[in-house]
Design a protein around this ligand. Structure first.
Ligand code: SAH
Length: 367
């Protein structure tokens, strides 16, 4: 198998250049072909000698791959399915808006976090995406030229694949790469400490933390990651960083009817976030479609629940009026809050609905 060049950092391309007898500076030329000119073939790199190109071709390919299929929502959102090595696939969502166009990218095939409300969690974990596979979602997007923002809010937990995510961020923001400002990129996480620390120290991109509940016991029930990474400790850690400049910190909060949407919770959120420069994004819960085929072990465990509390399948979305009150309460207490618009629900492309379970895909293709 030949290695892919797309997804290599300048340091890695330098090694490649030297290995085929090119000078160090040729790495920048290759990067230019890959990331600025976006060529699909080594033969197109015409300022490299023919001999160097032949040598490159013996061991490498560019490694760009178009999406396998697209599904269009009535609201203009498009969901793409990309190959992810072997039989694996991931989904990306293109979300055009009035003055921006955002791509929601995946960082893993499936996810280990097993959040109770998330469809990706239900499919379990298959693999980390390579840097090539992360970047390919951007590189091979048909609407590439219109993109203004990228959010790591697709499938997977970015901090659990931090090496590849950081490399992708380096290439997207690097002067040798896409040259984007880090302000155009947001990475979302449940808060895996080690990866998060590296992300904070080694990149300048915006951070979104999935909170969903300010109460440890409740968060633990919905998000098993709370056991190892309590939200209170994450907030303390985040207070050690500077959020007063260009870099933005936000917390995501899915609103579950009668579970985390009362005054008690609004008060706890303001208490928890006091003294931290940030904002809160209130997200409408996208109820997961019922599974009508053979359930997976994950689904069976989920239905059974842990035995001490109400079954997680009872989660329902809060109505909009209450979301507005919740937002206003937070804002009036100095915590800037917004309600995130929900997009692409009809094609299962909204937050937390991405999954590439084989059964579901087959159902989609039948429709
Ligand atoms: N693993 C990362 C990024 C992927 S999910 C994280 O958890 O932050 C992106 C966002 O969608 C997260 O805030 C996640 O909690 C939210 N989400 C998951 N399932 C959802 C659902 N069913 N409805 C609404 N939002 C959901």
């Amino acid at each position: 198998m030949r290695e892919t060049l797309l997804g290599m950092t300048l340091a890695e391309l330098t090694q490649v250049a030297l290995s085929v007898g090119l000078q160090r500076y040729a790495a920048r030329q290759i990067a230019q072909w890959l990331y600025v000119r976006r060529v699909h073939d080594i033969d197109e790199m015409t300022n490299l000698s023919k001999q160097a190109r032949e040598q490159l071709k013996a061991a490498y390919v560019v490694g760009a791959e178009p999406p396998m299929y697209a599904m269009r929502s009535t609201d203009g959102t498009v969901k793409y399915l990309f190959g992810a090595g072997g039989a694996n696939t991931v989904e990306s969502v293109f979300i055009p808006d009035a003055d921006r166009a955002t791509l929601c990218v995946s960082s893993q095939v499936g996810c280990k976090m097993n959040c109770r409300f998330c469809m990706t969690g239900k499919q379990g974990f298959s693999a980390d995406l390579t840097t090539n596979r992360i970047l390919n979602q951007i590189f091979s997007l048909p609407e590439h030229d219109r993109l203004t923002n990228v959010v790591f809010m697709g499938m997977g937990e970015p901090m659990d694949n931090i090496d590849n995510v950081l490399k992708a961020l380096e290439i997207i923001t690097g002067d040798y790469g896409l040259g984007w400002s880090p302000k155009r990129i947001t990475v979302s996480t449940v808060g895996i400490r080690k990866g998060l620390k590296r992300f904070l120290d080694e990149s300048q991109c915006h951070l979104a933390v999935s909170m969903h509940s300010p109460m440890a016991a409740q968060r633990r029930e919905w998000m098993p990651a709370e056991r190892s990474y309590p939200i209170a400790e994450l907030v303390e850690m985040l207070k050690g960083y500077d959020w007063s400049g260009q870099r933005r910190l936000s917390f995501e909060y899915i609103m579950f009817k009668d579970c985390n949407d009362s005054l008690t919770y609004a008060k706890e959120v303001t208490k928890l976030l006091r003294g931290l420069e940030c904002r809160v994004n209130l997200i409408r819960f996208h109820a997961l479609p019922p599974v009508d085929s053979t359930p997976s072990l994950r689904q069976a465990q989920d239905r059974l629940g842990s035995g001490t509390s109400s079954p997680p399948m009872d989660l329902r979305p809060t109505d909009m009026e209450r979301m507005v009150w919740f937002r206003d309460y937070l804002t009036l207490h100095g915590v800037r809050a917004t309600i995130r618009a929900s997009r692409g629900e009809d094609i299962l492309a909204a937050c937390g609905m991405l999954s590439t379970d084989r059964e579901r895909q087959q159902n989609e293709q039948k429709e």
